[in-house]
Design a protein around this ligand. Structure first.
Ligand SMILES: [Zn+2]
Length: 69
């Protein structure tokens, strides 16, 4: 493996070199921007892995949502 640990990290927001205090960003501003993206859901990935337990049965069993209690 090549040694990439020592390379200069770049701010994912503006691509400037990161600043130690704000890693992985270059400034608090960029950190806040990134946080804003998260809050807005911009980072939601289509096809996000779904917990199989959340999926309805795929074997044709109807689940009418009946509270069968
Ligand atoms: Zn930045």
């Amino acid at each position: 493996m090549s040694d990439t640990k020592t390379r200069t990290a770049r701010c994912p927001i503006c691509k400037k070199p990161t600043v130690q205090d704000y890693r992985p960003f270059c400034s608090k501003r960029c950190a806040d921007i990134d946080l804003g993206h998260w809050f807005k859901g911009d980072y939601a990935i289509p096809g996000d892995p779904v917990d199989p337990a959340d999926l309805p049965p795929a074997d044709g069993t109807p689940d009418e949502g009946g509270e069968n209690k």
